[in-house]
Design a protein around this ligand. Structure first.
Ligand SMILES: [Mn+2]
Length: 321
């Protein structure tokens, strides 16, 4: 069939990539859709996130201005979605763990598309078993550090509490938590990076320094401000901007090895189509940073932010004194 492959629709493939760039065997990247939202409580519908991201990704330019190249040369294969199991989020995570473990055995760089945030646990568990000197970078409005929520220890409000039982986690973009979570943070001497827009902030190097050499990135899209990312299950005002998130990821990729990532909590019904495209572009940018960090062309005039614009402000509660 390969002699007519150029005549066939590439729908279903991330970025609409045709063979050979979308072949499993030769691709370094595997896009893994997980259409699961079994424990969401406010706006459900993140089960539609993976499909919406992939459909929006057809309209990405393969060429990336910043990196000065088409980014798909390493190959990006798109898998069918994991079949959801609604028995419990724990059972769903076992399924995610098995799938991710199998893909890691094939030496793939996994881009997991959610789905609600609870699914990250199975992926983090599989990654932590493969990579030594490993930690997680979590971009999220919420700490997700509850020990138990809505009758389960594996829901989206508990996912980072479970992850912390496996490996270190650096939390960035936080602007909402419960008293229980704050007490857990205090007693365990954790230092999440909290968004504050009106005080002196830390530089991204503080975040990079907190990370191990091998980094898994979990991005809850509600880390972004709802003005550019309304389509999430639990929107929270005062979030990070597009360029803030890219600057941080660029800094991390320049100093650490990003070994895989997930993008979760897109709830397409709750916002304009631009949110789906923003999520798709963020995934593509992070693939580019992960594989081509440091390779930045110098022949572009770059528009930088007005110096008078206040910087994004972040600090850590346990380092104030
Ligand atoms: Mn989250």
């Amino acid at each position: 069939m390969s002699h007519i492959s150029h005549l066939l629709s590439q729908s279903g493939n991330f970025a609409g990539l045709p063979p050979p760039y979308s072949d499993y065997q030769s691709s370094r990247v595997a896009v893994l859709p997980v259409p699961y939202d079994g424990t969401t409580e406010w706006h459900s519908g993140t089960r539609n996130g993976p499909r919406a991201i992939i459909e929006a990704s057809y309209y990405l330019e393969w060429y990336d201005i910043e990196l000065g190249k088409e980014l798909h040369s390493m190959g990006i294969h798109t898998l069918p979605g994991i079949e959801p199991v609604m028995a419990s989020p724990e059972a769903m995570n076992e399924r995610v763990y098995s799938a991710v473990k199998s893909l890691l055995d094939d030496d793939k760089f996994i881009v997991m598309l959610g789905g609600e945030h609870s699914i990250s646990y199975g992926s983090i568990k599989a990654y932590s078993q493969k990579y030594p000197d490993f930690s997680v970078l979590q971009l999220d409005a919420h700490t997700d550090l509850r020990d138990q929520y809505l009758g389960t220890r594996f829901g989206h409000g508990c996912v980072m509490r479970r992850a912390l039982e496996i490996c270190p986690v650096t939390q960035v973009g936080i602007r909402s938590m419960s008293l229980e979570e704050q007490e857990f943070i205090e007693s365990n001497r954790l230092s999440p990076f909290i968004v504050e827009h009106d005080s002196v902030g830390l530089s991204y190097s503080d975040i990079v320094d907190s990370l191990s050499n091998n980094v898994y990135v979990t991005i809850d899209l509600d880390v972004l401000d709802p003005s550019i990312m309304a389509a999430v299950g639990t929107p929270e005002p005062g979030g990070m901007g597009w360029s803030d998130v890219l600057s941080l990821l660029r800094a991390v990729a320049g100093k650490r090895k990003i070994v895989g990532f997930d993008l979760v909590e897109l709830c397409p019904d709750q916002g304009p189509a631009s949110c789906c495209f923003t999520a798709a572009k963020l995934a593509y940018k992070l693939i580019g940073y992960s594989f081509f960090a440091g390779e930045r062309p110098v022949n572009h005039q770059v528009i930088t932010q007005d110096a008078k614009v206040p910087p994004l402000i972040i600090n850590t509660p346990n380092q104030r004194d």
